[in-house]
Design a protein around this ligand. Structure first.
Ligand code: ATP
Length: 228
């Protein structure tokens, strides 16, 4: 990827799409410049990190002026390879898979789910948005022919590993795993795990147990410092 050639640290590279989306919105609303404080507020990344990230892009903000939105957008467009469409496949067209197909990342112009696969006969051959659902029997054939490198996995947990074992034999390099299953893959494949149920549960736990305490906790810590 272009980001590797520029030797941008991985953590910075991960934040690029976030910056890109926000700057696109700014540009569309006619803003020519943005301060790191404004960016920080919008993308919830602290401004010191933003300044460090942007220094890798050769964007040095001027005091009292901020960053040039057009310059940053051009940079991101090149770096994120916005002109080239990355085709993504989705496996498992259940409730979550269908929702993702309907959403299909339309705000993000460089990735699109182009192929969907399922084992359920009643779903094979149907279309969701403009994406056709293919039989899992055609998985390797289509992925190899279309040179698909990224797959979204929304099958039931018990089917996740066997589908993954098939993906390992294709050119797939990345799996976005929405199933609760932990996948065994060789080091040539990156797995990003998103378990929405766990996210929601831990968030609810946090809200119930900690959300009202954050100020109090800081106060106690402050008092303790004073005592010392
Ligand atoms: P639904 O209500 O449509 O069944 P769901 O999200 O509750 O949705 P799941 O049991 O999680 O259903 O299955 C998700 C989808 O994965 C279903 O469409 C199912 O047919 C499909 N599926 C099951 N096993 C496999 C497999 N091995 N490969 C591909 N798709 C599979």
């Amino acid at each position: 990827m272009a980001t590797e050639q520029l030797r941008i640290p991985k953590a910075t590279a991960k934040r690029l799409p976030l910056y890109y989306r926000f700057l696109q919105n700014l540009y569309q609303s006619g803003k020519l410049r943005v301060s790191s404080a404004e960016l920080s507020e919008a993308v919830k990344v602290d401004s010191a990190t933003i300044r460090r990230d942007f220094s890798y892009f050769g964007a040095l903000g001027k005091k009292g002026y901020g960053y040039n939105v057009q310059y940053l957008l051009n940079f991101f467009q090149k770096t994120l390879d916005q002109d080239a469409l990355t085709k993504v496949a989705l496996i498992g067209v259940g409730n979550l898979g269908t929702a993702l197909l309907r959403y299909n990342f339309t705000k993000n112009n460089n990735t699109k789910i182009c192929y969907a696969f399922d084992t359920n006969e009643s779903k094979i051959g149907t279309q969701i948005s403009d994406v056709t659902v293919y039989s899992l029997d055609q998985l390797e054939e289509i992925l190899n022919k279309e040179e698909i490198q990224v797959v979204i996995l929304t099958v039931p947990a018990q089917a996740a590993q066997s589908v993954t074992d098939r993906l390992v034999k294709t050119r797939v390099k990345g799996i976005l795993n929405f199933t609760p299953a932990r996948l065994n893959v060789p080091s040539s494949i990156n797995v990003h795990h998103i378990d929405l149920a766990v996210e929601l549960q831990s968030f609810v736990y946090f809200i119930k147990n900690y959300s009202n305490e954050s100020e109090d906790t800081e106060e106690v810590e402050e008092n303790e410092k004073t005592r010392i």
